[in-house]
Design a protein around this ligand. Sequence first.
Ligand code: UD1
Ligand code: CA
Length: 489
Amino acid sequence: MTTRPSVVVILAAGEGKRMKSATPKVLHPVAGRTLLGHVIEAASTLEPHHLVVVVGHGRDAVCAHIEEVAPWAITVVQAEQNGTGHAVGIALADLAERGIPVVDGPVVVLTGDTPLLTGRTLVGLLLEHDSTSAKATVLTARLTDPSGYGRIVRGSDGFVTAIVEDKDVSDEQRTINEINSGMYAFDGARLADSLTRLDTDNAQGEEYLTDVIGLMRSSGDHVAASVCDDSDEILGVNDRVQLAQAAAILRDRINASWMRAGVSILDPASTWLDVDVELEPDVIIRPQVTLRGPTSVASGAIVGPGTTLVSCEVGAGAEVIHTWAELAVIGDGARVGPFTFLRPGTVLGQGTRAGAYVEIKNSTIGDFAKVPHLSYVGDAEVGTGTNIGAATIVVNYDGVAKHRTVVGDHVRIGSDTMLVAPVTVGDGAYTAAGSVITDDVPPGAMAVGRARQRNIDGWVQRRRPGSPAAEAAERAVQDSASDSPSQPA
Ligand code: UD1
Ligand code: CA
């Protein structure tokens, strides 16, 4: 077990200009969690005594988000972004003002835009920090293309002597392929002391946190490096291209972990699972599936192809094909799709069917009931074993208010019925196809709500003479005359 950090400071005040977004960079989501949320999650595995997030650009939105995902975190405002060293300096000053000491365990500094960082790597950083008794340990990575990053300069003893920013490197330093991730563990007291000695004498005119390393070294402190073996983990998101790269890496990571847990994912490249999704063994995910929010899928269920489920619950052995569903519960063994739209509040019981071109909203469909074809069901309760005929519409909206419809158990709603709410159809009742049901139907009754048919013979030949329809009708009249039993066969 590593030492618990006294503080983790996450730097998230920057604007993220290259995102070209009205949303602050750290609030962009990947895999159902914001960039900052992923970093907070990794930091939380260290159980720091205090978590501080330095905010600046878009601070109202960022603070509101932190309040939601990590209400225990302390937010510190850096009004002007005068550099990473300045940001850490005001975080420590804020803690001092609150009477919080930073000497009880190391101070860990992270950046808010590295969603692939894991708690495991941070534990590795702290282990290295503990075992070398260094006053600072830098999380580094070796990259084939180190350009853009600060370079790690090591002395002959292997310890770090300096970090040189990309904009400030010499030609010789430019070829160093070990780079600064921007994440560190520090001795709190030594960090606080060094921060007071920073200047802005560099290419960007900012207080660089990286200069702390050189200052500590010249005061005789040891500075170590912890090399991260998976350089993906330190990938910082600066623009939408890197956002997509991070999302793809996270997708692969999440998919691999579910496949190892017994889930079949037929096409991992087109399967996007949020971090809060829960899947049981023997779930099968067909291609082009997106499961968002806290969606759960029970054993033996098959989802896809072409399905998006947002915060849904899918029961054991259910099958969901070409469906968009949100805040819906799909019961054990239910069959849904293709081309089904389940809106919030839909609860499909065990063994139910919600078929092709069916939309259901805020309704409960009882066990083994079926809505197989081309229907809209809204604000309704449908009983056990009931069949809703093709093209039935629940008319739940009178233009002003929504009303409820109740359909009992083992009802047979005829095809193309309009159920005009509020209305109740009793247990075991039938409705005739094409009925407009405006009054309650007693249990066991047959409700017929339509005009009786009348045929006007010869209307087409009289009113549409010479048309293909009239000619077809005429041929049929002649054929039936020649087919009449008075003629010999
Ligand atoms: C920084 C490091 C560099 C490292 C790289 C890794 C410094 C001087 N350089 O460079 O060695 O290779 O990260 O990605 O630290 N921030 C604030 N307040 C500020 C300035 C920055 O909160 O005043 C935040 C930013 O929002 C960002 C993080 O600190 O989350 C890093 O800042 P950025 O300007 O992106 O530093 P880099 O130039 O990438
Ligand atoms: Ca950066």
